[in-house]
Every structure is written in C-alpha cells, then in structure tokens.
Write a protein of this length. Sequence first.
Length: 263
Amino acid sequence: MRVIIKEDKQEVAEWAAQYVAYRINSFKSAVKKHFVLGLPTGSTPLGMYNELIKLNKNNAVSFSNVVTFNMDEYIGLSADHPQSYHYFMFENFFNHIDINRKNIHILDGMTTDYVKECTDYEQAIKDNGGINLFIGGVGEDGHIAFNEPFSSLTSRTRVKTLTESTIKANSRFFADDLSKVPNQALTVGVGTIMDADEVLILATGKNKARALKYGIEGAISHVWTISALQMHPHGIILCDKASASELLEDTVNYFNDIEKKRY
C-alpha cells in the first residue's frame, strides 16, 4: 500500500487529477479497447473533478477512450433528482469533458429488480475487461462506496441499508433534513472494488482521521472496510495532513520517506 500525504485538500485534488490523467494517457493494451475507470461521488472528489476538467479543456487528457463505472446510487432517486448521483456526476464532471455518453455506467436507483440491476452491473464490468483504476472516498466510519461497517470484504454489487451515521453525514446535501435522505442504496461491493487493477482512495479533513488510522495501522477487518485495501497489490491512499493526523509519527515518517525515494 502507498500512503501519500499532501498539505491540504487542494494538493490532494491536483495530485489525484494528474495521476488519473497519467494512467489514461499511458494506457496501452492489446486486449482492452478502453481504459476503465471507477468513480466516486461526494464532496471529497469534487476538487479532483475540477482539476480533470481543466486538464481536459487544456488537451492534457482525453476521456474519449474511457469507460466509467460509478460506485453507487440511492434507491428511489431518479436520474434527474438534484441529489441523485446521476445528477451529481453529470453536473460536476461528465457534462464538462469529452466522454462518450454510451461509456458511462451508473446504477439505476429507480429499478424494480434490484438483483438483476446489480448482476447486470457486475457483468458489464466484466464485459469491459474489468476496472483499471477504481477511485473512491472513505466515510468517517471507514466505509468505501456504501459498504458500511460489517460488510463482507468479498461482497459484490448489491442493495445496502445505510447506517444512521452515514445518513446524518449525507444530510448536508438534503438541507440537513434526515427524513429526505434515502436509507438504502445500490452499491458496488468491497470485492468489486478490490478486483480493480489499482485502487485509489481519497481522504481529506480531520473527520476522516480515525478511519485512516484503522484502515492503515489497524488489522484487516469488516468493521473498517477501508482496511481491505491492505490486501490489494496496488492500493493507494491519498490524503491531506488533517486526515493523517491520528497516524503514528513512525507511520507518517515511513510513508513520507518511501515517497521521497520513488522515481
């Protein structure tokens, strides 16, 4: 696992965007036609999306050869609902880049057949040759996507009931009205994420410090689903100093030293 600690959330956004652009631009495969990118929503990746839009407009990266799969979607919100993840992604990213709309995949929160929707999503990932780079955030309780504490570390795309803490955290997007936040979502599983060739988890802010401490220094556990990243051969946690503030000094020094020595 790589742990990259930046000064603040802007540096996290810039590094993440540059890395995504680098991975897309360096993609060469005799087997796969498209670079396949897994994407998150929420406030943490917004800075990265803004930087990627700038890079795209400056012709530093193109998304014309990219296929995307989003992590999750609320159950019961239509694609045009202002708080749906469909709406979020198009408003904050897809409408501003040169991606082919046919290459965008987001779970349908209005489906009446959850099992089929989730099974088809997993199959679509396979049909596209698997995900090259899966980007995600992390919740205060250590969840990745909507894989709340005690989710199986081998879980696949499925329906997930959200915890009160997650509903409360997300209520800021619903005018702080808890009653308006859906209590269920469709989400890729921990196993789905871990199947990607590479996983990049973004974390910013003091409120993510405890999750990073358990995810990096703690044991692998379904209590902190972010800890599954310890088992991935190409896992990266990209964070700011605030979110790394509960890590041991020796841990911080180790990862900072390793990064200094990278070519």
